[in-house]
Design a protein around this ligand. Structure first.
Ligand code: BMA
Length: 873
């Protein structure tokens, strides 16, 4: 390898070598003269033979203009019209207040981006020069020096154009004309004799950008990914990836897959190294054009990649070289892991299993659904993605579902998932409507799927490809045929089209380009109203929220794998203050309501709050209460799912994050603030869980262990009053297996509460070993609103320990749902929304942002006691 690299260095520098040689020609002997002459001639002959590819980014100097309005605006690429106009100070912040409605005109305009540029000289030394668009959103005509070179219609595709013939050595001009997506959708819809549920189905544009029940409608457009020029000679490597075929203790059998573009027929060698260690090489005869190469190789004593909670995330640094003798034609690195992921679906007495097996171990999945982090994805920042995913891993998630109504995230996202051990359930970007299935559409989608599968297949975190979100469910359960008046023959035509797209085109692309990964046609496999949804496949259980069923239904409707369920809450006051005028900081103001996109959202939050919690009237308290309601419901679901292991093997709530500031189902808001739910998940997703399932008059105390091995523990259960007095107690050793949830104790409620008022006591449970507490349980016997609590103040002292504040908390009386608040708004609490058990000391760590001096820091709190102390005793 070193030899190759040295020679390549030599080849690249041959001009310098030749020059030096001339100067010293008289001073060297004949044989040396011959050698120097040889290199000189080779240099001349190969004067077009710069071997390694060369890239020139075209990211500066662009101009944006609309046909009628603004003058030209200087912009950088990547960029989108909305963010470009905002940065230029020409429009107000699209996310502020109700600006959305006034900015709709932008999506109805045609916009043109243009660039005058000088190609770098080196490019002209290459046989091939390509103009590469990594992402154009969406309908774009591209002109290079006034010649139309591309008509793009899919924001998820990469377009590679051969431009050697058009590119000039002096100034060139690129012009990209964007057409509004809605006008294209209308045009395409008008050509059909029937209607589709959503006109957005005609365009391969991120569905959420045209409006969702948690997001605004800004039909943006622009160059949303980089543009570059690439020069290459002979052969170019594309999308190399390593997949795991088999693992045993001694070795792992792996396969390298790579595409190679070749300018001509030729014999090449593909070589793979791990760091500098040669692993394998093989020769391939390339045809002119695109070649698909596959090469098997082995790694001895493999160190495996594991999902978070089950082991380390070992990543290998592979180097792939494409060589011809001593010439290195191209090289790329692949950072990847060795691991096998299977989706196990086996018939059983209930229906069929649905779970993931990683490296031979069955894994209970804990995680959330991820939506795009910004309405305008050009604003993505690696640090923010990292913070969000770290926040997910911190509460013990091991999977993120990339939901099909958004977009395919960038590499940062997957690299961070790889390093954190977060597996990715990857939807293709199709959601909640019927899609066309004509030849052009299918061809377009096939290209898109190939681009994305090849781009992402190298990531060890990628666990599953899924065809779509709720297209099959919608087709069978949402009344489209009736509502849109489809005849039976149109209905069956459309279903036939569905089958072609999601059961033939997409799985074939996966099978060909990422053959070791499972493919699942649609999430969910069956609508939540049907009994099979709980017997096999995955389920989106929306009986709570959409169906207005009480939270307790989460305990009854337990399926095999929950890939969606959720409940909304409001973001924190500090977040709301960033998008609402000061005089609109009350409930139901127009600005606030503009950030509630679900038609029944406000009413549903209110009615669930009324059922179980007190209902405050001022905004600040209402926000707090809405977050408690959400946490109460979703934690109930998580616990029910985990207590049903191994019949249920996964729980992914809806939704992790937001794409703008909004009232939504998220557990972390747009500005990165954790809601009560996210704090509570730290315990509900923890490897060991102690929880309660109520069956008639019995409380079934269950333990769940998702760690690497079984545990011998002690269970302690105390019935306590709110002053901490133990009314009855119970203790015994227990063993927690990893295979299934274990029933630890069955208690009859009537016996337990024979001499206690249910609204004045709680059950306090603990699981611990010799060294530490592994899990804790607080069970109340009435709804939060019916608890008879006194208004008590917690004792709070804090000290600065190396820049982190340790806040010590204690109370003589039960304090329920204590929310700590700091005037350092960007600081972070490690824990919050605690229940303080009387007499027990707590320590909460707070990381100050540095915006305030330590002596300026103040802490306040809210707790449920403040709202309930006048409950009659
Ligand atoms: C789910 C998702 C989204 C939607 C959410 C909340 O089913 O697939 O379509 O935003 O419900 O309504």
């Amino acid at each position: 390898m070193n030899r190759n690299l040295m020679l390549i260095g030599f080849t690249n520098n041959y001009l310098n070598v030749r020059f030096v040689s001339f100067l010293s020609f008289r001073t060297i002997g004949w044989s040396l003269k011959m050698i120097v002459m040889f290199f000189f001639l080779t240099g001349l002959l190969s004067c077009k033979q710069t071997i390694r590819p060369y890239v020139q980014q075209l990211d500066q100097g662009w101009k944006l203009h609309a046909t009628k309005f603004t003058p030209e605006i200087p912009v950088a690429v990547p960029g989108l019209v909305h963010t470009d106009l905002f940065s230029a100070g020409l429009i107000p912040d699209p996310f502020y207040g109700d600006n959305e409605k006034d900015l709709q005109w932008i999506g109805d305009e045609s916009w043109t981006y243009s660039l005058k540029f000088l190609p770098e000289k080196q490019l002209f030394e290459y046989e091939k020069i390509q103009l590469i668009f990594e992402g154009l959103d969406t309908y774009a005509k591209v002109f290079l020096n006034e010649k139309e070179v591309l008509s793009a219609d899919n924001m998820f595709r990469t377009y590679l154009l051969e431009v050697s013939d058009i590119l000039k050595k002096d100034t060139n001009e690129l012009k990209i004309e964007f057409t509004p997506v809605d006008s294209m959708n209308r045009l395409k819809a008008s050509k059909l004799t029937y209607r589709l549920p959503e006109e957005r189905a005609f365009s391969r544009k991120a569905p959420y950008q045209l409006g969702w029940d948690w997001g605004p409608a800004f039909a943006t457009m622009g160059i949303w990914k980089p543009v570059s020029l690439l020069g290459w000679n002979r052969a170019k490597l594309k999308n190399p990836a390593v997949s795991t075929l088999e693992i045993n203790e001694d070795f792992a059998s792996l396969e390298l897959m790579a595409d190679v573009d070749a300018s001509r027929e030729q014999l090449v060698e593909l070589v793979i190294y791990e760091h500098s260690k040669l692993l394998h090489k093989a020769q391939f005869q390339l045809n002119q054009g695109e070649n698909h190469l596959r090469m098997k190789f082995e790694v001895e004593k493999p160190r495996l990649w594991w999902p978070s909670g089950l082991g380390n995330q070992v990543l290998y640094n592979f180097q792939v070289h494409l060589v011809d003798g001593d010439q290195l034609l191209d090289q790329q690195k692949i950072v990847s892991g060795i691991r096998q992921i299977e989706l196990i679906q086996e018939a059983d007495e209930i229906g069929e299993s649905f779970f993931f097996r990683v490296n031979g171990k069955d894994v209970f999945i804990k995680g959330a659904n991820y939506i795009p982090e910004d309405h305008f994805p050009v604003r993505y920042e690696r640090d923010k993605i990292k913070q969000l995913l770290t926040d997910a891993a911190e509460v013990h998630m091991n999977m993120i579902r990339v939901w099909g109504g958004g977009l395919y995230p960038n590499h940062d996202f997957y690299e961070i998932c790889d390093s954190l051990g977060l597996m990715v359930w990857q939807d293709f970007m199709f959601a909640c409507t019927v899609y066309p299935s004509d030849e052009d559409f299918l061809k377009n989608v096939k290209h898109e799927a190939e681009d994305q599968v090849k781009r992402l297949r190298k990531h060890p975190s990628l666990a599953l490809w899924c065809g779509n979100n709720e297209v099959s469910e919608g087709f069978h359960n949402w009344g489209w045929q009736n509502d849109l008046g489809w005849s039976d023959s149109i209905n069956s035509e459309l279903w036939k089209g569905y089958k072609i797209l999601f059961e033939s085109v997409l799985p074939e692309v996966v099978a060909k380009n990422d053959p070791t990964k499972p493919y699942w046609p649609s999430s969910p496999s069956t609508g939540w109203g049907r009994p099979e949804s709980l017997e096999l496949g995955d389920v989106h259980y929306w009986g709570v929220w959409w169906g207005e069923e009480p939270f307790e239904m989460y305990q009854k409707k337990v399926g095999r794998f929950h890939s969606e369920y959720g409940f909304q809450s409001m973001p924190s006051l500090t977040s709301i203050q960033r998008f609402v005028d000061q005089d609109q900081l009350t409930l139901h103001t127009p600005m606030l309501e503009a950030h509630q996109k679900h038609p029944r959202g406000t009413q549903l939050i209110q009615s669930y709050m009324q059922r179980d919690f007190p209902v405050p009237e001022n905004l600040d308290d209402y926000i707090y209460m809405s977050q408690l309601v959400q946490a109460h419901g979703i934690i109930m679901a998580v616990e029910a799912h985990r207590m049903n292991k191994p019949i249920t093997m996964g729980t992914l709530y809806w939704q992790l994050n937001d794409s703008w500031p909004v009232i939504s189902w998220s557990s972390i808001d747009y500005f990165g603030n954790w809601k009560a739910l996210h704090f509570k998940l730290k315990h509900a997703f923890a490897p060991v869980l102690l929880a309660v399932e109520q069956k008639h008059d019995n409380l079934r105390i269950k333990g769940v262990n998702d760690s690497e091995q079984g545990m011998q523990l002690r269970l302690e259960l105390d019935l306590k009053d709110f002053e901490g007095n133990i009314l009855s107690s119970y203790s015994e050793p227990v063993y927690l297996d990893v295979k299934e949830a274990v029933l630890l104790k069955d208690l009859n409620i009537n016996t337990l509460l024979s001499s206690s008022a249910p609204d004045q006591v709680f059950l306090h449970g603990k699981l611990f070993d010799e060294t530490e507490e592994k899990a804790e349980l607080l069970h109340f016997f009435v709804q939060p609103k019916d608890l008879r609590l006194q208004n008590q103040t917690p004792e709070l002292v804090w000290e600065n320990v190396g820049g982190v504040l340790e806040i010590s908390l204690k109370s003589k009386y039960l304090i329920k749902s204590l929310m700590l608040i700091s005037n350092d708004e960007d600081g972070r609490f490690e824990e919050n929304f605690l229940d303080l058990i009387p007499g027990k000391p707590y320590t909460v760590r707070f990381h100050p942002s540095g915006n305030l001096e330590l002596d300026q820091l103040r802490f306040e709190y809210k707790c449920l006691n403040q709202f309930l102390f006048d409950n009659p005793l």
